[in-house]
Write a protein that binds this ligand. Structure first.
Ligand code: BDP
Length: 651
């Protein structure tokens, strides 16, 4: 080896050591250090009529008590009491009884074995694969999760490497599981469907092949030998090029059931994703129902179909996925995205609980009025179908000192957990308690900042994709706008023009009965409401309709003017956050104040970038002028078209 190469290798090793050193977790977000320090007697009584994770807090003549069936339930009770004390709700006589809405409240980490995080905007993987186990970091992670009731972690990316099932990785997973166990967190893994061939060296991964079935049984038994309380598998199959049972002429049910049979003796579950699409469907939004509805009733009872909130892909606004209303004999669970893949990464302040709740509160009407997504997936609409209930959130956590890249992005992690524990909590209550615990309870701070958080999702919709626009992002990184994008050889249903369909007559995707018929995947009265341009909610108008530029909106403006108006409104709201935050300086430490200020500036500038791109690009089709009452675009389209970002991993 020559001297140059030796030198380069030494530098590479030094860099690796520096970048691999586990960081010390910073002051803990919404949670003070140590165990919850609450004044109450703990009473564990396995005979109590309560959910395993439930608790009661009661003031008795003997003093304050936390009663629970299990140690984990008591731990949740302690965190709840601590939260009540810190948010001023623990005074007076307490008589509290809480049970979780979902049995399994799970984070999905899209972490790869090389420590990159797919769609992660907060640094490298906190699991430190291939490096010393960062015990304290994982303990703190677990404490934060436990404090809001999160009790499951899928450690690796849904685009799973078969290698995760190698013995050395499983031993590592077992070490992580040992650290999480005292906090009530179960570990799960994403698996690659072709693992028997890719890792096990078998000639096939066909689920009907007995050797394949045996391979999975042995693998599962090996896992449970290491991790007795392992939760189960998450599977992305026959989606975006990943292998699956259809490669062998089998169905999703055939594939899921084979894994379910291997896991059943240990009470493990399979979370089988419904995020599937291929060019054979005329409308990507139709495909999950087309593929899964015919399989209803064919899945084992330890399989849960994991469905993204919307039918396409975590857009700033989508209607709820119609699949939630189409399977009564199969357990279903929602998948929400906490990481802001489509909402400005960790640069934009967008509090996501309103988006999450919009989905959970949507009425599917599948079993009459009140059959909301939450009611279905918590098992109250079809109780006999649900052996266990679950909800997943794609994590926004990385090695950054503040965990999520943006101070306020922590609130969506916190909020996901709180909402998964109690779907009845309002987005506003959750935001307020997060602010009080993370910053201060002074109302001069909490009131304006709460308004900012609560308006932030609508602001992002306004400045990115108002009125039902969707997927007009730049190809590849999903950060900025690229409605004009064309990529030679790329699948057309990945590209913005497929979604907006702008022409000289109008804009929007016709999903009505005259178009892709997607509306008919919804139950009445929704199908007819969505089908008619007169009754379709305006926030979803361009999702369901191709609308003439001159169409009159409820505001009295034409569609074109309304588009311009919404982009402008989004910018103005984002801009108002800067002045709100400037007033907040006395209430926040300098470091966090500066960090948020810097990000708010990016957000406002990005909002103008979106407006400049979309208003000018769509203006070429509408041929109509930008109305005088809005700010006009600043940067020429050609300049915007030349912007190239390489943000795939953004670590
Ligand atoms: C899309 C992401 C992609 C994920 C995919 C999925 O762009 O990185 O792999 O979803 O959920 O949102 O499987």
């Amino acid at each position: 080896m020559n001297r140059f190469m030796t030198l380069m290798m030494a530098i590479a090793a030094a860099v690796a050591i520096v970048s691999c050193a586990p960081r010390e977790p910073e002051a803990l977000l919404w949670l003070p250090g140590g165990d919850p320090d609450v004044e109450a007697d703990i009473v564990i009584d396995p005979a109590l009529d309560l959910h395993e994770d439930g608790f009661m807090i009661k003031d008795t003549p003997q003093g304050r008590q936390i009663l629970a069936k299990t140690d984990v339930g008591a731990m949740y009770g302690k965190y709840a009491l601590q939260r009540m004390e810190r948010t001023g709700k623990a005074s007076g006589v307490l008589d509290v009884r809480e049970e979780p809405s979902y049995d399994r409240r799970i984070l999905n980490h899209w972490d790869n074995l090389d420590n990159t995080v797919e769609r992660g905007y907060a640094g490298w993987s906190i699991w430190h694969w291939g490096e010393p186990v960062p015990v304290r970091l994982i303990e703190e992670y677990s404490r934060l999760n436990a404090s809001v009731g999160i009790n499951g972690s899928v450690l690796n990316n849904v685009n799973a490497s078969p290698e995760i099932l190698r013995r050395d990785y499983l031993e590592r997973v077992a070490q992580i599981a040992d650290i999480m166990r005292p906090y009530g967190i179960h570990v799960y893994l994403s698996v690659n469907f072709s693992s028997p061939a890719a890792l096990g060296g078998l000639p096939t991964s066909d689920p009907f092949d007995t050797e394949v079935q045996q391979w999975w049984k042995e693998k599962v038994s090996e896992i449970y030998g290491l991790i007795p309380d392992f939760g189960g598998f998450l599977v992305k199959a026959n989606s975006e090029g990943l292998p699956g049972p259809q490669d062998f002429g089998r169905t999703h049910a055939d594939g899921a059931n084979m894994l379910a049979d291997a896991l059943a003796p240990y009470d493990g579950i399979v979370m089988w994703r419904a995020f599937v699409y291929s060019p054979k469907s005329s409308d990507r939004a139709n495909q999950a129902v087309e593929e899964f509805e015919p399989l209803d009733g064919q899945f084992r009872d330890n399989v849960i179909i994991q469905i993204k909130n919307g039918p396409v892909d975590f857009q700033p606004r989508e209607p709820f996925s119609p699949l939630f209303g189409r399977m009564s004999k199969t357990a279903l669970m929602p998948e929400l995205q906490i990481t802001q893949e489509y909402l400005g990464f960790s640069n934009h302040l967008v509090y996501l609980v309103p988006l999450f709740k919009e989905c959970l509160d949507s009425d599917t009407y599948c079993s009459g009025e009140g059959s909301t997504v939450a009611a279905i997936t918590t098992g109250s609409v079809y109780p006999e179908t649900y052996k266990t209930t679950a909800i997943a959130g794609v994590a926004n956590i990385g090695r950054d000192a503040n965990w999520c890249g943006h101070e306020f992005a922590q609130s969506s992690w916190y909020g996901f957990g709180r909402m998964a524990w109690d779907t009845g909590l309002s987005a506003e209550d959750i935001a307020l308690e997060w602010l009080q615990q993370t910053f201060t309870s002074e109302t001069e701070f909490t009131e304006p900042v709460l308004d900012m958080m609560m308006s932030s999702r609508e602001a992002a919709v306004d400045y990115m994709m108002p009125l039902g626009f969707h997927h007009i992002f730049a190809w590849g990184h999903h950060y900025g706008p690229e409605p004009w994008c064309e990529i030679e050889g790329a699948r057309p249903d990945w590209l913005p023009k497929y979604y907006h369909k702008a022409d000289s007559l109008g804009v929007g995707f016709d999903r009505t009965r005259g178009g892709s018929c997607n509306v008919d995947q919804y139950h009445e009265p929704l199908a007819s409401i969505y089908n008619s341009i007169a009754t379709c909610p305006e926030d979803l108008l361009l999702w369901f309709h191709h609308v003439p530029w001159t169409h009159t909106m409820s505001s009295g403006r034409t569609l074109w003017d309304e588009i311009c108006f919404r982009y402008d409104r989004g910018i103005k709201t984002a801009r108002s956050y800067l002045s709100v935050w400037d007033e907040m300086k006395p209430y926040v430490d300098a470091e966090r104040w500066e960090a948020v200020r810097a990000k708010l500036e990016i957000q406002e500038s990005d909002a103008r970038w979106w407006r400049d791109a979309c208003v000018q690009y769509f203006g070429e089709f509408s041929g109509m002028p930008v109305p005088a009452y809005v700010e006009h675009p600043e940067r020429p389209l050609d300049e915007l078209k030349a912007i190239r970002l390489d943000m795939k991993h953004h670590n």
